[in-house]
Design a binder for this molecule. Structure first.
Ligand SMILES: C[S@@+](CC[C@H](N)C(=O)[O-])C[C@H]1O[C@@H](n2cnc3c(N)ncnc32)[C@H](O)[C@@H]1O
Length: 216
């Protein structure tokens, strides 16, 4: 059942619906990872998705629905399957072969989802496939140098596009205080982006920073 209150910060194609008596985000598409469903609607769990957590925290993603998306860190498709449910062409870069195989299965029922077995630190290797001027880059790569990856992929983003980035502190430096790690990342991002908003993603994800940024 759809919740009657319309959420202004949700893109078209994402709704709040009741699952198990709780109001949760949901998109319409074929199920992927055993998530609860209600007819065609699939529950999108913010504890399993940084982008869903950013929406739950009401960050200023400005997602409208139907955008073209470059998704970095596709993994097995948990989040990018939801993204493809409400977006246009969605290019999903993942460098590990095993999850990419799962991603190919997810793409079987989504003709706008294009999995790419590529390293997000080497954008030249997929520049010939990804269309130019995408509306949105979503990034969730648990690797060192997350801000650098975002800067290197800026080339794909339209001048009026948005970067929606999740930074995992422990992937940068397990020993440092997360706030110190986030400060460094914010500084590095300034090379290619102007930061619109940052928020910690607790309680959904510990020691993660959500970042919304626009190209400089
Ligand atoms: C936290 S998981 C992503 C989860 C996924 N975004 C989701 O919500 O469904 C991080 C993923 O980034 C991938 N990754 C790490 N470094 C990468 C790189 N340089 N290029 C592409 N993928 C990378 C990992 O293999 C892993 O699957």
């Amino acid at each position: 059942m759809s919740d009657s209150k319309k959420d202004d910060n949700l893109p078209a194609g994402v709704e709040r619906r009741q699952f198990g008596g709780e109001s949760r985000l949901a998109t319409q598409g074929s199920p992927v990872y055993g998530e609860p469903t209600d007819g065609n609607w699939r529950c999108w769990d913010a504890r399993r998705s940084k982008l869903a957590a950013m929406l739950e925290r009401e960050m200023d993603t400005e997602l409208q629905g139907d955008e073209t998306v470059l998704y970095l860190g596709g993994a097995s498709g948990t989040t990018v399957s939801h993204v493809a449910d409400f977006s246009g062409a969605t290019y999903a870069v993942e460098f590990a072969p095993r999850p990419t195989r799962d991603l190919l299965n997810v793409a079987d029922s989504r003709n706008n989802l294009f999995p790419l077995l590529k390293d997000a630190r080497k954008p030249a290797t997929y520049a010939h496939v990804v269309e130019s001027d995408v509306d949105v880059i979503v990034q969730d790569v648990a690797t060192r140098g997350q801000a650098r990856v975002a800067c290197e992929n800026r080339q794909f983003l339209a001048d009026d596009g948005r970067l929606l980035l999740a930074i995992k502190a422990r992937s940068e430096d397990v020993a440092s205080d997360p706030e110190t790690v986030f400060d460094r990342a914010r500084e590095s991002l300034k090379e290619a982006y102007e930061i619109v908003e940052t928020q910690r993603l607790e309680p959904f994800h510990t020691d993660h920073l959500g970042v919304v940024a626009v190209p400089r």
